[in-house]
Design a protein around this ligand. Structure first.
Ligand code: ADP
Ligand code: GLC
Length: 461
Protein backbone atom coordinates (compact mmCIF):
# COMPACT_ATOMS: atom_id res chain seq x y z
CA UNK A 1 0.00 0.00 0.00
CA UNK A 2 1.30 3.43 -0.94
CA UNK A 3 0.74 6.20 1.60
CA UNK A 4 1.49 9.89 1.01
CA UNK A 5 1.80 11.80 4.24
CA UNK A 6 1.65 15.63 4.24
CA UNK A 7 2.67 17.49 7.39
CA UNK A 8 4.15 20.88 8.17
CA UNK A 9 6.46 19.54 10.90
CA UNK A 10 8.08 16.15 11.36
CA UNK A 11 10.73 14.96 13.84
CA UNK A 12 13.71 14.92 13.66
CA UNK A 13 13.65 17.61 10.95
CA UNK A 14 11.39 20.41 12.21
CA UNK A 15 9.31 20.68 15.37
CA UNK A 16 7.25 23.20 17.29
CA UNK A 17 4.94 20.73 19.07
CA UNK A 18 3.29 17.33 19.17
CA UNK A 19 2.32 17.23 15.48
CA UNK A 20 6.02 16.76 14.68
CA UNK A 21 6.26 13.77 17.04
CA UNK A 22 3.20 12.08 15.54
CA UNK A 23 4.15 12.89 11.94
CA UNK A 24 7.58 11.39 12.62
CA UNK A 25 6.38 8.28 14.45
CA UNK A 26 3.28 7.22 12.51
CA UNK A 27 5.00 6.82 9.11
CA UNK A 28 7.73 4.69 10.74
CA UNK A 29 5.12 2.36 12.19
CA UNK A 30 3.15 2.22 8.94
CA UNK A 31 6.37 1.37 7.10
CA UNK A 32 7.00 -1.32 9.71
CA UNK A 33 3.63 -2.81 8.76
CA UNK A 34 4.79 -2.97 5.16
CA UNK A 35 3.38 0.27 3.73
CA UNK A 36 5.39 2.28 1.21
CA UNK A 37 5.31 5.70 2.90
CA UNK A 38 6.47 9.00 1.51
CA UNK A 39 6.35 12.00 3.83
CA UNK A 40 6.18 15.52 2.36
CA UNK A 41 7.65 18.42 4.34
CA UNK A 42 8.76 21.96 3.37
CA UNK A 43 12.53 22.46 3.26
CA UNK A 44 12.70 25.00 6.06
CA UNK A 45 15.89 26.78 7.05
CA UNK A 46 15.82 24.69 10.24
CA UNK A 47 16.19 21.57 8.05
CA UNK A 48 18.75 23.14 5.72
CA UNK A 49 21.07 23.97 8.61
CA UNK A 50 20.95 20.46 10.11
CA UNK A 51 23.70 19.26 7.82
CA UNK A 52 21.71 16.25 6.56
CA UNK A 53 22.77 14.57 3.37
CA UNK A 54 19.85 15.28 1.05
CA UNK A 55 19.52 13.50 -2.23
CA UNK A 56 18.28 15.64 -5.14
CA UNK A 57 15.17 14.01 -6.57
CA UNK A 58 13.77 16.76 -8.78
CA UNK A 59 16.29 19.46 -9.59
CA UNK A 60 13.98 21.94 -11.28
CA UNK A 61 10.22 21.94 -11.51
CA UNK A 62 7.61 24.65 -11.62
CA UNK A 63 3.90 24.96 -11.14
CA UNK A 64 1.36 27.59 -12.05
CA UNK A 65 -0.39 29.20 -9.17
CA UNK A 66 -2.65 32.22 -9.57
CA UNK A 67 -0.97 33.37 -12.78
CA UNK A 68 2.56 32.98 -11.41
CA UNK A 69 5.00 30.29 -12.36
CA UNK A 70 6.68 29.07 -9.16
CA UNK A 71 9.94 27.12 -9.35
CA UNK A 72 10.91 24.50 -6.83
CA UNK A 73 13.14 21.51 -6.29
CA UNK A 74 12.63 18.31 -4.31
CA UNK A 75 15.20 16.57 -2.12
CA UNK A 76 14.93 13.28 -0.28
CA UNK A 77 16.14 11.85 2.99
CA UNK A 78 15.57 8.22 3.90
CA UNK A 79 15.50 6.90 7.45
CA UNK A 80 13.66 4.03 9.14
CA UNK A 81 12.28 2.78 5.82
CA UNK A 82 10.49 6.10 5.28
CA UNK A 83 11.38 8.54 2.50
CA UNK A 84 10.92 12.18 3.42
CA UNK A 85 10.55 14.47 0.41
CA UNK A 86 11.43 18.08 1.04
CA UNK A 87 9.74 20.73 -1.05
CA UNK A 88 12.40 23.35 -1.66
CA UNK A 89 11.41 26.90 -2.53
CA UNK A 90 13.67 29.28 -0.60
CA UNK A 91 11.37 32.30 -1.12
CA UNK A 92 8.75 30.51 1.00
CA UNK A 93 10.68 28.28 3.36
CA UNK A 94 14.22 29.56 3.88
CA UNK A 95 13.13 31.66 6.83
CA UNK A 96 13.83 31.82 10.57
CA UNK A 97 10.53 30.31 11.70
CA UNK A 98 8.22 27.59 10.42
CA UNK A 99 5.06 29.68 10.62
CA UNK A 100 6.28 33.11 11.74
CA UNK A 101 8.45 34.99 14.19
CA UNK A 102 7.89 36.54 17.61
CA UNK A 103 6.26 39.44 15.74
CA UNK A 104 3.51 37.16 14.40
CA UNK A 105 2.60 34.77 11.58
CA UNK A 106 4.11 35.28 8.14
CA UNK A 107 1.56 37.24 6.08
CA UNK A 108 1.92 34.88 3.10
CA UNK A 109 1.25 31.65 5.06
CA UNK A 110 -1.77 30.98 2.83
CA UNK A 111 0.40 30.97 -0.28
CA UNK A 112 3.27 29.14 1.44
CA UNK A 113 1.25 26.15 2.55
CA UNK A 114 -1.04 26.08 -0.48
CA UNK A 115 2.12 25.88 -2.54
CA UNK A 116 3.52 23.14 -0.29
CA UNK A 117 0.32 21.09 -0.69
CA UNK A 118 0.16 21.60 -4.43
CA UNK A 119 3.85 20.85 -4.97
CA UNK A 120 3.49 17.66 -2.90
CA UNK A 121 0.68 16.47 -5.21
CA UNK A 122 2.71 17.39 -8.31
CA UNK A 123 5.73 15.54 -6.91
CA UNK A 124 3.69 12.37 -6.45
CA UNK A 125 2.90 12.50 -10.14
CA UNK A 126 6.46 13.38 -11.20
CA UNK A 127 7.77 10.38 -9.24
CA UNK A 128 4.93 8.17 -10.44
CA UNK A 129 4.00 7.55 -6.82
CA UNK A 130 0.29 6.97 -7.18
CA UNK A 131 -0.93 6.80 -3.57
CA UNK A 132 -3.64 4.54 -2.18
CA UNK A 133 -4.00 6.91 0.73
CA UNK A 134 -3.27 10.61 1.03
CA UNK A 135 -3.07 11.58 4.68
CA UNK A 136 -2.90 15.31 5.47
CA UNK A 137 -2.50 16.99 8.83
CA UNK A 138 -3.83 20.30 10.14
CA UNK A 139 -4.63 23.42 8.13
CA UNK A 140 -1.17 23.61 6.54
CA UNK A 141 -1.92 20.49 4.47
CA UNK A 142 -5.69 20.88 4.20
CA UNK A 143 -5.72 22.74 0.88
CA UNK A 144 -4.38 19.57 -0.75
CA UNK A 145 -7.93 18.22 -0.42
CA UNK A 146 -9.34 21.32 -2.15
CA UNK A 147 -6.91 20.83 -5.05
CA UNK A 148 -7.76 17.13 -5.27
CA UNK A 149 -11.48 17.87 -5.40
CA UNK A 150 -11.56 21.05 -7.46
CA UNK A 151 -8.39 21.08 -9.58
CA UNK A 152 -7.43 17.41 -10.03
CA UNK A 153 -11.04 16.10 -9.96
CA UNK A 154 -11.28 13.24 -12.45
CA UNK A 155 -7.50 13.02 -12.93
CA UNK A 156 -6.83 9.28 -13.37
CA UNK A 157 -3.51 9.55 -11.52
CA UNK A 158 -5.34 10.29 -8.23
CA UNK A 159 -8.49 8.30 -9.01
CA UNK A 160 -7.47 5.41 -6.75
CA UNK A 161 -6.47 7.58 -3.81
CA UNK A 162 -8.66 7.63 -0.71
CA UNK A 163 -8.10 10.68 1.43
CA UNK A 164 -7.74 11.16 5.17
CA UNK A 165 -7.44 14.41 7.08
CA UNK A 166 -6.35 14.60 10.73
CA UNK A 167 -7.16 17.54 12.99
CA UNK A 168 -4.48 17.96 15.65
CA UNK A 169 -5.81 21.27 16.90
CA UNK A 170 -9.08 22.81 15.75
CA UNK A 171 -8.15 26.26 17.04
CA UNK A 172 -5.56 26.77 14.29
CA UNK A 173 -7.59 27.08 11.10
CA UNK A 174 -5.50 29.02 8.58
CA UNK A 175 -7.68 32.09 7.97
CA UNK A 176 -6.95 34.30 4.97
CA UNK A 177 -8.63 37.03 2.95
CA UNK A 178 -10.95 36.09 0.08
CA UNK A 179 -8.38 36.96 -2.61
CA UNK A 180 -6.08 34.15 -1.49
CA UNK A 181 -8.19 31.65 -3.46
CA UNK A 182 -7.26 33.22 -6.80
CA UNK A 183 -3.65 33.63 -5.72
CA UNK A 184 -3.28 29.93 -4.90
CA UNK A 185 -5.11 28.74 -8.00
CA UNK A 186 -8.36 27.58 -6.41
CA UNK A 187 -11.75 28.50 -7.93
CA UNK A 188 -12.92 31.84 -6.46
CA UNK A 189 -16.42 30.30 -6.39
CA UNK A 190 -15.31 28.27 -3.36
CA UNK A 191 -15.85 31.46 -1.38
CA UNK A 192 -19.28 30.42 -0.16
CA UNK A 193 -20.40 29.08 3.20
CA UNK A 194 -20.82 25.52 1.93
CA UNK A 195 -17.19 25.48 0.81
CA UNK A 196 -14.28 27.48 2.21
CA UNK A 197 -15.86 30.75 3.35
CA UNK A 198 -15.96 31.29 7.12
CA UNK A 199 -17.13 34.56 8.66
CA UNK A 200 -15.90 36.58 5.67
CA UNK A 201 -12.54 34.82 5.34
CA UNK A 202 -11.13 31.75 3.65
CA UNK A 203 -10.71 28.88 6.13
CA UNK A 204 -8.07 26.36 5.00
CA UNK A 205 -8.96 23.79 7.68
CA UNK A 206 -12.50 23.57 6.25
CA UNK A 207 -11.04 22.07 3.07
CA UNK A 208 -9.76 19.05 5.00
CA UNK A 209 -12.98 18.60 6.94
CA UNK A 210 -15.21 18.98 3.87
CA UNK A 211 -13.35 17.26 1.07
CA UNK A 212 -11.40 14.37 2.65
CA UNK A 213 -13.07 10.97 2.57
CA UNK A 214 -12.50 10.51 6.31
CA UNK A 215 -11.53 12.86 9.11
CA UNK A 216 -9.81 11.87 12.32
CA UNK A 217 -8.78 13.73 15.39
CA UNK A 218 -6.33 12.72 18.04
CA UNK A 219 -8.49 11.39 20.90
CA UNK A 220 -12.01 9.99 21.22
CA UNK A 221 -13.05 12.64 23.72
CA UNK A 222 -11.77 15.53 21.59
CA UNK A 223 -13.73 14.13 18.63
CA UNK A 224 -16.89 14.53 20.72
CA UNK A 225 -15.86 17.87 22.26
CA UNK A 226 -15.29 19.56 18.88
CA UNK A 227 -18.86 18.81 17.92
CA UNK A 228 -20.03 21.17 20.69
CA UNK A 229 -20.12 24.99 20.56
CA UNK A 230 -17.77 25.18 23.57
CA UNK A 231 -14.87 23.42 21.81
CA UNK A 232 -15.98 23.68 18.17
CA UNK A 233 -14.18 26.98 17.38
CA UNK A 234 -17.09 27.92 15.09
CA UNK A 235 -16.85 24.64 13.14
CA UNK A 236 -18.94 22.42 15.41
CA UNK A 237 -21.93 22.50 13.02
CA UNK A 238 -19.76 21.43 10.11
CA UNK A 239 -18.14 18.71 12.22
CA UNK A 240 -21.55 17.42 13.32
CA UNK A 241 -22.53 17.23 9.67
CA UNK A 242 -19.42 15.06 9.09
CA UNK A 243 -19.98 12.93 12.22
CA UNK A 244 -20.41 9.81 10.09
CA UNK A 245 -16.81 9.97 8.87
CA UNK A 246 -15.24 11.65 11.93
CA UNK A 247 -13.24 9.36 14.24
CA UNK A 248 -11.26 10.02 17.42
CA UNK A 249 -8.11 7.90 17.64
CA UNK A 250 -5.73 8.43 20.55
CA UNK A 251 -2.20 9.25 19.38
CA UNK A 252 0.51 6.72 19.96
CA UNK A 253 4.06 7.69 20.85
CA UNK A 254 7.35 6.17 19.73
CA UNK A 255 9.16 4.68 22.70
CA UNK A 256 12.31 4.36 20.63
CA UNK A 257 12.63 8.12 21.13
CA UNK A 258 11.12 8.16 24.61
CA UNK A 259 12.45 5.35 26.79
CA UNK A 260 14.37 6.02 30.02
CA UNK A 261 16.29 2.77 29.48
CA UNK A 262 17.90 4.02 26.25
CA UNK A 263 17.36 7.81 26.17
CA UNK A 264 20.65 9.52 25.25
CA UNK A 265 19.46 12.94 26.43
CA UNK A 266 19.19 12.08 30.13
CA UNK A 267 22.04 11.97 32.67
CA UNK A 268 21.44 8.35 33.74
CA UNK A 269 19.28 5.63 32.20
CA UNK A 270 16.80 3.62 34.27
CA UNK A 271 14.14 0.93 33.99
CA UNK A 272 10.89 0.15 35.81
CA UNK A 273 12.70 -2.63 37.68
CA UNK A 274 15.51 -0.34 38.83
CA UNK A 275 14.60 3.29 39.28
CA UNK A 276 17.92 4.28 40.89
CA UNK A 277 18.94 6.20 37.74
CA UNK A 278 15.84 8.36 38.15
CA UNK A 279 17.31 9.70 41.41
CA UNK A 280 20.43 10.79 39.53
CA UNK A 281 18.26 12.47 36.88
CA UNK A 282 16.38 14.27 39.63
CA UNK A 283 19.61 15.61 41.18
CA UNK A 284 20.98 16.66 37.81
CA UNK A 285 17.71 18.38 36.97
CA UNK A 286 18.06 20.39 40.18
CA UNK A 287 21.62 21.33 39.19
CA UNK A 288 20.51 22.26 35.67
CA UNK A 289 18.09 24.78 37.17
CA UNK A 290 20.35 25.82 40.06
CA UNK A 291 18.02 24.40 42.70
CA UNK A 292 18.42 22.00 45.59
CA UNK A 293 16.17 18.95 45.19
CA UNK A 294 15.89 17.27 48.59
CA UNK A 295 14.25 13.86 48.35
CA UNK A 296 11.32 14.69 50.59
CA UNK A 297 10.28 17.69 48.50
CA UNK A 298 8.48 16.73 45.26
CA UNK A 299 9.70 18.14 41.96
CA UNK A 300 6.81 19.20 39.73
CA UNK A 301 7.79 19.65 36.07
CA UNK A 302 6.20 21.26 33.03
CA UNK A 303 7.34 21.19 29.37
CA UNK A 304 4.92 23.30 27.43
CA UNK A 305 4.10 25.94 24.89
CA UNK A 306 3.38 29.10 26.90
CA UNK A 307 -0.06 29.55 25.36
CA UNK A 308 -3.61 30.03 26.61
CA UNK A 309 -4.50 26.47 25.49
CA UNK A 310 -2.03 25.04 27.98
CA UNK A 311 -3.64 26.69 31.03
CA UNK A 312 -0.57 28.74 31.94
CA UNK A 313 -2.84 31.55 33.10
CA UNK A 314 -4.28 29.13 35.67
CA UNK A 315 -0.74 28.23 36.79
CA UNK A 316 0.11 31.92 37.14
CA UNK A 317 -2.97 32.47 39.28
CA UNK A 318 -2.26 29.37 41.37
CA UNK A 319 1.50 29.92 41.66
CA UNK A 320 1.72 31.25 45.21
CA UNK A 321 -0.65 28.55 46.51
CA UNK A 322 1.24 25.84 44.61
CA UNK A 323 4.52 26.99 46.10
CA UNK A 324 2.74 27.04 49.46
CA UNK A 325 2.36 23.26 49.17
CA UNK A 326 6.12 22.97 49.66
CA UNK A 327 7.09 21.69 46.22
CA UNK A 328 9.79 22.55 43.71
CA UNK A 329 8.42 23.77 40.37
CA UNK A 330 10.34 23.54 37.11
CA UNK A 331 9.02 24.98 33.84
CA UNK A 332 10.53 24.78 30.34
CA UNK A 333 8.59 26.64 27.68
CA UNK A 334 8.38 29.24 24.97
CA UNK A 335 5.48 31.38 23.86
CA UNK A 336 3.39 34.36 24.79
CA UNK A 337 5.26 37.36 26.14
CA UNK A 338 2.84 38.16 28.95
CA UNK A 339 3.06 34.61 30.35
CA UNK A 340 6.87 34.75 30.12
CA UNK A 341 6.91 38.09 31.97
CA UNK A 342 4.67 36.78 34.73
CA UNK A 343 6.74 33.64 35.22
CA UNK A 344 10.04 35.55 35.18
CA UNK A 345 8.73 37.84 37.92
CA UNK A 346 7.41 34.86 39.92
CA UNK A 347 10.80 33.18 39.70
CA UNK A 348 12.38 36.17 41.43
CA UNK A 349 9.88 35.81 44.23
CA UNK A 350 10.34 32.02 44.67
CA UNK A 351 13.93 31.75 43.43
CA UNK A 352 14.91 28.90 45.80
CA UNK A 353 12.19 26.51 44.59
CA UNK A 354 11.07 27.70 41.16
CA UNK A 355 13.21 26.92 38.11
CA UNK A 356 12.34 28.43 34.73
CA UNK A 357 13.88 28.31 31.30
CA UNK A 358 12.36 30.17 28.38
CA UNK A 359 13.72 27.94 25.62
CA UNK A 360 12.85 25.12 23.23
CA UNK A 361 15.36 22.50 24.23
CA UNK A 362 15.02 18.77 23.54
CA UNK A 363 17.69 17.67 26.04
CA UNK A 364 16.28 19.70 28.93
CA UNK A 365 12.77 18.50 28.07
CA UNK A 366 13.86 14.86 28.35
CA UNK A 367 15.67 15.62 31.61
CA UNK A 368 12.49 17.12 33.06
CA UNK A 369 10.41 14.04 32.13
CA UNK A 370 13.07 11.84 33.72
CA UNK A 371 13.95 13.88 36.79
CA UNK A 372 10.55 15.14 37.99
CA UNK A 373 8.22 13.33 40.39
CA UNK A 374 5.04 14.93 39.11
CA UNK A 375 4.18 16.45 35.71
CA UNK A 376 1.61 19.23 35.49
CA UNK A 377 -0.66 19.73 32.45
CA UNK A 378 -3.52 22.10 33.28
CA UNK A 379 -4.73 22.57 29.68
CA UNK A 380 -7.94 24.47 28.95
CA UNK A 381 -8.38 22.09 26.04
CA UNK A 382 -6.09 19.33 24.80
CA UNK A 383 -6.75 17.43 21.57
CA UNK A 384 -4.49 14.59 22.71
CA UNK A 385 -1.40 15.70 24.60
CA UNK A 386 1.76 13.66 24.38
CA UNK A 387 3.61 14.99 27.41
CA UNK A 388 1.49 13.01 29.91
CA UNK A 389 2.40 9.84 28.01
CA UNK A 390 6.12 10.66 27.98
CA UNK A 391 6.00 11.55 31.69
CA UNK A 392 4.37 8.23 32.60
CA UNK A 393 6.99 6.30 30.64
CA UNK A 394 9.62 7.97 32.86
CA UNK A 395 7.77 7.14 36.10
CA UNK A 396 6.59 10.74 36.50
CA UNK A 397 2.99 11.07 37.66
CA UNK A 398 0.72 13.41 35.68
CA UNK A 399 -1.61 15.96 37.26
CA UNK A 400 -3.93 17.07 34.46
CA UNK A 401 -7.09 18.89 33.67
CA UNK A 402 -9.78 16.40 32.60
CA UNK A 403 -10.18 17.41 28.97
CA UNK A 404 -9.63 15.83 25.54
CA UNK A 405 -6.83 13.29 25.33
CA UNK A 406 -5.79 14.01 28.92
CA UNK A 407 -9.17 12.71 30.07
CA UNK A 408 -8.76 9.65 27.83
CA UNK A 409 -5.22 8.74 28.94
CA UNK A 410 -5.15 9.58 32.67
CA UNK A 411 -7.27 7.83 35.31
CA UNK A 412 -7.56 9.32 38.80
CA UNK A 413 -5.54 7.29 41.30
CA UNK A 414 -7.65 5.40 43.82
CA UNK A 415 -5.31 4.37 46.63
CA UNK A 416 -7.82 1.92 48.13
CA UNK A 417 -8.47 0.03 44.92
CA UNK A 418 -4.84 0.46 43.84
CA UNK A 419 -6.00 1.69 40.43
CA UNK A 420 -5.32 4.77 38.31
CA UNK A 421 -2.21 6.48 37.01
CA UNK A 422 -2.48 10.17 37.89
CA UNK A 423 -4.60 13.00 39.24
CA UNK A 424 -7.24 15.09 37.51
CA UNK A 425 -9.26 18.21 38.03
CA UNK A 426 -12.26 19.40 36.08
CA UNK A 427 -12.79 23.13 36.52
CA UNK A 428 -10.19 25.27 34.75
CA UNK A 429 -9.44 27.26 37.88
CA UNK A 430 -6.62 27.75 40.34
CA UNK A 431 -8.40 26.11 43.32
CA UNK A 432 -9.04 22.71 41.66
CA UNK A 433 -5.49 22.70 40.19
CA UNK A 434 -3.99 23.24 43.64
CA UNK A 435 -6.29 20.59 45.17
CA UNK A 436 -5.32 17.95 42.58
CA UNK A 437 -1.63 18.74 43.13
CA UNK A 438 -2.17 18.45 46.88
CA UNK A 439 -3.73 14.99 46.38
CA UNK A 440 -0.62 13.96 44.45
CA UNK A 441 1.60 15.35 47.20
CA UNK A 442 -0.31 13.44 49.90
CA UNK A 443 0.54 10.17 48.12
CA UNK A 444 4.13 11.33 47.47
CA UNK A 445 4.61 11.73 51.22
CA UNK A 446 3.99 7.97 51.71
CA UNK A 447 6.94 6.38 49.90
CA UNK A 448 5.33 2.91 49.78
CA UNK A 449 2.13 4.23 48.17
CA UNK A 450 4.12 6.44 45.79
CA UNK A 451 6.23 3.51 44.58
CA UNK A 452 3.02 1.59 43.96
CA UNK A 453 1.53 4.48 41.95
CA UNK A 454 4.70 4.92 39.89
CA UNK A 455 4.56 1.17 39.19
CA UNK A 456 0.93 1.48 38.09
CA UNK A 457 1.70 4.39 35.78
CA UNK A 458 4.63 2.48 34.24
CA UNK A 459 2.46 -0.60 33.68
CA UNK A 460 -0.31 1.48 32.16
CA UNK A 461 1.74 2.74 29.22
P1 ADP B 1 1.28 20.58 21.68
O1 ADP B 1 1.57 19.95 20.39
O2 ADP B 1 -0.12 21.09 21.81
O3 ADP B 1 2.27 21.62 22.09
P2 ADP B 1 1.82 17.93 22.83
O4 ADP B 1 1.71 17.46 24.24
O5 ADP B 1 1.11 17.14 21.81
O6 ADP B 1 1.35 19.45 22.83
O7 ADP B 1 3.33 17.93 22.34
C1 ADP B 1 4.29 18.82 22.79
C2 ADP B 1 5.63 18.33 22.29
O8 ADP B 1 6.52 19.45 22.23
C3 ADP B 1 6.30 17.32 23.20
O9 ADP B 1 7.19 16.52 22.46
C4 ADP B 1 7.08 18.22 24.17
O10 ADP B 1 8.15 17.53 24.79
C5 ADP B 1 7.58 19.27 23.19
N1 ADP B 1 7.86 20.58 23.78
C6 ADP B 1 6.97 21.54 24.13
N2 ADP B 1 7.61 22.63 24.62
C7 ADP B 1 8.93 22.34 24.56
C8 ADP B 1 10.13 23.06 24.91
N3 ADP B 1 10.08 24.30 25.41
N4 ADP B 1 11.33 22.46 24.69
C9 ADP B 1 11.39 21.20 24.19
N5 ADP B 1 10.31 20.48 23.84
C10 ADP B 1 9.10 21.04 24.02
C1 GLC C 1 -1.64 19.32 18.74
C2 GLC C 1 -2.42 19.27 20.05
C3 GLC C 1 -1.93 18.20 21.00
C4 GLC C 1 -1.65 16.89 20.27
C5 GLC C 1 -0.71 17.14 19.12
C6 GLC C 1 -0.38 15.88 18.34
O1 GLC C 1 -0.50 20.08 18.87
O2 GLC C 1 -2.43 20.53 20.70
O3 GLC C 1 -2.90 17.97 22.00
O4 GLC C 1 -1.08 15.96 21.17
O5 GLC C 1 -1.30 18.04 18.22
O6 GLC C 1 -1.55 15.29 17.82
Amino acid sequence: MKVAFLASEVIPYAKTGGLADVAGALPRFLAGLGADVKVFLPLYRAVRTKGLVLEPVIEAASLEMGGRSLDYAVHAHRADRVTVLFIDRPEFFDRDGLYGTAAGDYPDNGERFAFFSRAALETMRALDFSPDIIHGHDWQSALAFAYLRHVYGGDPFFARARTLFTIHNLAYQGLFEQEVLARVGLPPALFNMNDLEYFGQVNALKAGILYADAVTTVSPRYSREIQTPEFGCGLDGLLRSRAGVLHGILNGVDYRDWDPATDRHIPRNFTPADLSGKKVCREMLGLEFGLAAPEDRPVVGMVTRLAGQKGLDIVCEALDDLMGLGLTLIILGTGEQKIQDFLLAARKKHSDRFGLKIAFDERIAHTIYAGSDIFLIPSRYEPCGLTQMYAMKYGTIPVVRATGGLEDSVQEYDPRAGEGNGFKFLEAEAGPLVEATARALAVFKKPGSWRKLVGLSLIHI
